[in-house]
Design a protein around this ligand. Structure first.
Ligand code: CA
Ligand code: CA
Length: 449
């Protein structure tokens, strides 16, 4: 099978975008969008500028729904050694080195076997005979489900004084989790941040832009992790949208910054090597909490190594239980030491789609969750804000809370932070721990006390 080529298409800037670029600064455009229009707080954001991004970016433009691995591509880990010598040895076997995963000292990389099944098999056999090989495995795909997005209501702008975000009244989750009481206790230190590993985010979204630290785009290998799919923007908004800024929604961690890391392409498809690279990049750039609304039923070695890399450095990974409704492990959620989050709804019932099991730590609101979406076209229809369901939406609520706890008590270990969140949860379902709710549904105020 031929290697999938990256698809490049140029999209024309909209007239509004050209207007912004010609005469006004981006700041002025944004200010125009901030003007209060209580009749329709959603549409005021439409037509923002998508700067620096005029192509569709994915490693895998054409894969079938059943496909689990990338044909001809493998991930391996070598014992420590001189990389140039190691790559020369791989080349001699007919293996092409495609990219490193994490620092070269880790010895993990993606390679391609030679064309033709006999040549590929021979190269793999000779690779496995090398004494410096720790492991080799097929490169597996990672997928995000298509987003089922509903429009937010435009009829009921919030009337409360704090926070001033006009869509706050539609964020039922914050009522259940006592977020306002929590924010009276603590809002986070601006030097602390949450890493969000996902499809990137809208770097100019008026409810996110001022919250962003420099991030990383693992696919394009640059510092512009624009979201071409919508999932990452939604998740980041839940965790830490600008709060009390008179625009859109409130996030769980008002005073915490976001480090966006893009590992999933514009079609919702990525691979385990890029996910692993994203985790390692976050750890190496100082993340103490990572939000991962990502996961799959497979647990490839490369992902295990990256998760262990984070756990060994006291980094808390908050990950989604998965959405198939069964008692079935998804990874990294089911990896011991990871904080696994399931979804509950506005009535504090378990979401029927939420996977469950005794590795679950907490549940959080994940049904019909309102959050940010890209202000520019993406594969899903709604712009700016939308309502989506999934354990993906529950995860950033807990990740935002975890980032607040780590900011408030920097001396606590990841295990202590996890235990504090669990102890502060509101018990639901059967008394005490149960496999549908974990230790209970997130309560921000109780966890911060
Ligand atoms: Ca806001
Ligand atoms: Ca319970």
């Amino acid at each position: 099978m031929p290697r999938p080529q990256r698809k490049i298409t140029i999209t024309k800037p909209t007239p509004f975008a050209l207007f912004c670029l010609m005469g006004m600064t981006l700041q002025a455009c944004s200010l125009a969008q901030f003007l209060p229009q209580p009749q329709n707080p959603v549409n005021t954001l439409r037509s923002s500028v998508q700067q620096n991004r005029n192509h569709v970016s994915t490693r895998y433009p054409e894969v079938s729904p059943e496909q689990q691995t990338v044909p001809g591509e493998w991930v391996l880990r070598l014992k420590p050694g001189l990389r140039s010598q190691q790559n020369a040895a791989l080349n001699q076997l007919g293996l092409q080195s495609l990219r490193s995963i994490g620092p070269e000292s880790l010895g993990m990389q993606v390679v391609r076997t030679p064309f033709g099944s006999a040549a590929a098999e021979s190269a793999l056999q000779r690779l496995k005979a090398r004494p410096d090989l720790l492991w080799v495995e097929p490169l597996t795909l990672e997928r995000l489900a298509p987003l089922q997005i509903e429009k937010p209501s435009t009829l009921n702008p919030s009337r409360q004084i704090y926070p001033s975000d006009p869509l706050f009244a539609q964020q039922y989750g914050h009522v259940l989790t006592q977020s306002q009481a929590g924010w009276q206790i603590y809002q986070g230190h601006p030097q602390h941040f949450l890493a969000v590993i996902d499809s990137g985010l809208d770097l100019k979204h008026p409810d996110l832009a001022e919250k962003l630290l420099p991030g990383y785009d693992v696919l394009d290998q640059d510092d512009q992790p624009w979201d071409g799919y919508g999932h990452g923007t939604h998740c980041a908004g839940i965790a830490a949208a600008l709060t009390d800024n008179g625009v859109g929604i409130a996030g769980y961690a008002p005073g915490i910054k976001i480090m966006p890391i893009r590992v999933i392409g514009d079609n919702g498809i990525g691979d385990s090597a890029d996910v692993a690279a994203g985790i390692i990049w976050a750890v190496d750039h100082g993340a103490k909490v990572i939000s991962m609304s990502l996961g799959g039923l497979m647990n490839p070695l490369v992902k295990r190594e990256a998760v262990q890399y984070a756990l060994d450095r006291d980094v808390l990974i908050v990950a989604a239980m998965g959405n198939n409704g069964k008692e079935m492990k998804a990874y990294p959620a089911a990896t011991p030491g990871v904080l696994a989050v399931g979804a509950s709804d506005a009535q504090d019932q378990r979401a029927a789609f939420s996977q469950f099991g005794d590795w679950m730590s907490l549940s959080a609101p994940g049904v019909k969750i309102l959050s940010a979406l890209p202000t520019y076209p993406h594969p899903h229809k709604e712009l700016n804000y939308g309502v989506v369901s999934g354990t993906s939406m529950a995860t950033p609520a807990v990740a935002g809370a975890a980032a607040l706890l780590r900011s408030r008590w920097p001396e606590l270990t990841r295990e202590q932070v996890k235990a504090k969140l669990e102890a502060g949860a509101d018990d639901r379902g059967e008394p005490g721990f149960d496999t549908f709710f974990g230790h209970g549904r997130l309560n921000l105020a109780k966890a911060l006390r």
